[in-house]
Design a binder for this molecule. Sequence first.
Ligand code: ADP
Ligand code: MG
Length: 521
Amino acid sequence: MARQASELFEEFKELTASEFFRRNKQMLGFSGKIRSLTMVFHELITNSLDATEEAGILPEITIDLKRVDKDHYILKHRDNGPGIPEDFITKVFCTMFAGSKFRNIQSRGQQGIGCSGCVLLSQMTTGKPAKIVSGYKENGELKGVEMTFKMDVKKNQGLILEKRPVEVESTGVHIELHFKDVSYSLSEQGAYEYIRRTMIANPHAKITFRDPTGHKYILDRATEEIPPLPKEVLPHPRGVTADDLIFMAKHTDRRRFRSLLTTSLSRMSNKKVDEVEEITGIDLNKRPKDMKWEEAEKIVETFSSMDFMAPPTSGLIPIGKNQVEKGMREILNPEFAAANTRKPTTYRGGVSFIIEAGISYGGESGRIVGDQKRAEIMRFANRVPLTFDQGSCAITEALKSIDWKRYGIRDLDNAPITVFVNIVSTNVPYLSTGKQSIAPEPEILHEVRQATMKIARSLQKYIRAKKAAKEEELRSKIFETYVPVILKEAAILAGKDVPEYDHILSKVTRRPKIVGENNVE
Ligand SMILES: Nc1ncnc2c1ncn2[C@@H]1O[C@H](COP(=O)(O)OP(=O)(O)O)[C@@H](O)[C@H]1O
Ligand SMILES: [Mg+2]
């Protein structure tokens, strides 16, 4: 007998965000043992870096990864950031889509699913609770709290098991999580490489890492300079959709659509609003709530045909060419390193971004495959290493399209170099939810090529000078060896005394200096 709708709908349910991700953990990047652990490192490290940066503190992170059993690890992660107030701890770690970064601002995280994702993975693979110690200041007073909790997936909130005040020496967060079904690896996609790359793009950070074998890596900072805080920027008219406008209209306290436009968008003067009004024929003195979908669509279409000043770029903070170079020198120990930060520009007409590139040669540049050195591409977005999906990324595409032969590199894949590229933006155009590769916007491809080619030129100069110096040295050696012999034999033949020849020798065996190092202006 056919079943009625009322019966079928007895099983109708609502999923919470946590439940959704419990079933789809690969959407948080948790797929595969190595990648899962790298993503956990990523979430905790980016949070520590964001938090310290926001509080104006030089980041110091200590990570301890212990192997309890074959696939079973305990991760202890500690930072010296501002800490998390007691009342927010379970929100941060147990509620999906809760966070402080839902603004149009350049930051490493921006979805509020990082920490709670880690707690979820821990709980799903081990059933064990999470433990947090948070040191934080309240009314100038230093407080400490220790908490163990689980995540109530059905309610998308925390379930506190234990809580007690503790004495802390300073502010910061200490997280302890168990994981199974993950694996620590030294490969390019493993957790260690993630840390190393983080250090290059964040030369102001210090990370101490104890690996499962007990080996302690101390990765020291290459600079004491704390990066300036990025500022929130208003979206540019060219960067909004009809849906964005309707959303803004619903949530504004402005009385008129006109003032909503001038206060929520950048480069939107009263004159520009008049222009929109004239072109669309829509009365913009109406209340925001009365804005219809068709009207919003028409306004957005009009925006695309109007001239606007480029979006403000004051909110974007690049690493800076000196800092990138310092980071590369500290971590890769190269014989040559140079970097380049381009001026801000826009993609899709309304989203500003900055590209930075760096190249290092020799030392520990490149990666070792078998007994050969291969080129290594390090991609970053807002200082965060992108370690997966390299093949589909605009950065890789742009680098591969460069005619490297012109710069004395016969084959990019087999050169002992590391190429570094960072994209800085409030809206990095990721290709998928994993946020590991960048969309091939033509302007981004162009900027990556320009930034890289400029330093490739200085690398070429360096390699040329090095080669010339080697040849000259070889030539000098020949003189040094044979001139004395010839002089002696000639003197004997002529029946004369052997002359002083040091001054002659010094004239023909001038040792050249290598020039062309790091002369990118
Ligand atoms: N180590 C930390 N120190 C201070 N605050 C933190 C730390 N980790 C997370 N937070 C807070 O928790 C929020 C949620 O973090 P997360 O789930 O990773 O999302 P997101 O990083 O996208 O905001 C952050 O926005 C921040 O306010
Ligand atoms: Mg985060």
